[in-house]
Design a protein around this ligand. Structure first.
Ligand code: AMP
Ligand code: GLY
Length: 425
């Protein structure tokens, strides 16, 4: 069973359903795209107790979790208490994502490279910190808790920083998530995402990617959940890969285990490649979306046996074969995203796009209404192109996008452009 209902979960289900060890894959709750390749069952991902009941009713042998919410709410703890096999971190281990203050203090304890920081529970002290200019400007303010990718403010000067502190800690813009604030130095450099599977001790790297977080071309406009991604990242060569494993992934896993909450599941390390080396921007305790859509298809060997071994704490494999191909995924979003999202618009052309060579389409916010596929939220689809070069993969992804239409659709035209530039270095 795969928990979740976005394009990341569509990619997971597509992958797992194609593997020899899976007799059947079901998805809870899934979406119309997923229901074309697997059975979907209604589910409330914010209620881990009901998901255990569902797993029992459906006689599920193994569960994989897509999004962070059920993990931070303790789905892994609930399944373990019922002796059910699931891959995903416990709520205590999921704090690497659900509490930025926890993640930062943990990195401090284990000498994992990250931006210099301080944690504040008092608005007065946070204001004093930004007024002192201790971290210089720009300075970065982060709400402690989960804020759907919107809890980070990069303040260019003291006035913006004061406004950010006030909004988070006094006006409650991020709700409870912002009552505690991390203030940190602003790093510069390209951002890359680095993914591993862990069984609690050991790490199996499964690839790298680069996301496109801003809504508009050339990284303009507000942050989103991610408007497109490519894999692998040309910036992570063999030496960089080894350095990230040695200086970041291994100490993190060893530290989590030593502190009594070993990390099992997908670990997504968000890195900034600074002039003084790779530094952690954030951890996520799950696959990324849209990164999963470009990483999973590159795994050139079955992944289900690895996931099961990791969930059992017995992952003996330390590497998995990766394809040499390049993948580029373009997210198609609704009018108004990310501030709001239009919905209920008829979508056409998906079947056409899927018939294009080297193109896959994954559903996110789609719904079926009277037999017609319609939009149902912000990020609607991810169209992925694969090829021997990034140029081919880009052409294919956009050839797929060109077949699809709905009223108000928006997408970036420059996904993968960075890969072309970086690849040429
Ligand atoms: P997060 O929600 O932690 O992923 O942060 C959102 C975005 O803010 C990241 O993708 C970065 O682009 C940016 N960011 C976060 N922390 C820093 C930092 N210390 N320095 C510069 N940019 C940052
Ligand atoms: N694409 C960013 C994330 O999944 O968090």
């Amino acid at each position: 069973m795969v928990i979740g209902g976005g394009a990341r979960e569509h990619a997971l289900v597509a992958r797992l359903a194609s593997e020899p060890d899976a007799s059947e894959v079901i998805c809870a709750p899934g979406n119309p795209g997923i229901s074309a390749i697997a059975r979907t069952v209604p589910a409330d991902v914010s209620r881990p107790d009901t998901l255990v009941t569902l797993a029992a009713r459906e006689q599920i042998d193994f569960t994989v979790v897509g999004p962070e919410a059920p993990l931070s709410l303790g789905i892994a703890d609930c399944f373990a208490a019922d002796n059910r096999l699931l891959l995903g971190p416990t709520a205590a281990a999921a704090r690497l994502e659900s509490s930025k203050a926890f993640a930062k203090a943990f990195m401090d304890r284990h000498a994992v490279p990250t931006a210099r920081f301080r944690v504040f529970d008092s608005a007065d002290e946070a204001l004093a910190c930004v007024r002192s200019g201790e971290f210089g400007f720009p300075v970065v303010l982060k709400a402690d808790g989960l804020a759907a990718g919107k809890g980070v403010v990069i303040a260019n000067d003291e006035a913006q920083a004061e406004a950010g502190v006030t909004a988070a800690m006094i006006e409650g813009r991020f709700g409870d998530a912002g009552s505690r604030l991390v203030i940190e130095e602003c790093l510069t450099g390209p951002e890359v995402s680095f993914f591993v599977i862990s069984d609690g001790m050991r790490a199996l790297p499964i690839g790298t990617a680069q996301d496109h977080k801003r809504i508009f071309d050339d990284d303009g406009g507000p942050n989103t959940g991610g408007m497109g991604a490519f894999a692998p990242s040309p910036l992570v060569d063999r030496a960089m890969h080894a350095r990230v494993m040695r200086d970041i992934v291994e100490p993190v896993l060893a530290g989590m285990s030593a502190e009594g909450y070993p990390f099992q599941g997908f670990l997504y390390v968000g890195l900034m490649l600074t002039t003084s080396g790779p530094k952690v921007i954030e951890f996520n305790v799950r696959l990324g979306d849209p990164e999963a859509q470009v990483i999973l298809p590159l795994l050139a060997a079955p992944v289900l046996p690895v996931l099961i071994a990791a969930a059992r704490g017995q992952m003996l494999q330390s590497a998995i074969r990766l394809s040499e191909e390049k993948l580029v995924g373009v997210v198609i979003a609704s009018r108004g995203y990310p501030e709001s999202a239009d919905s209920g618009r008829s979508i056409s052309g998906i079947a056409d796009a899927e018939r294009t060579a080297g193109v896959s389409v994954y559903h996110a916010a789609t719904a079926s209404r009277n037999g017609q596929l319609v939009t149902a939220g912000g990020r609607v689809l991810t169209v992925v192109g694969r090829g021997d070069t990034f140029a081919d993969a880009i052409d294919r992804a956009y050839a797929g996008v060109a077949r699809i239409s709905f009223d108000g659709m928006q997408y970036r035209k420059d996904i993968g452009k960075k890969a072309l530039l970086e690849d040429r270095r």
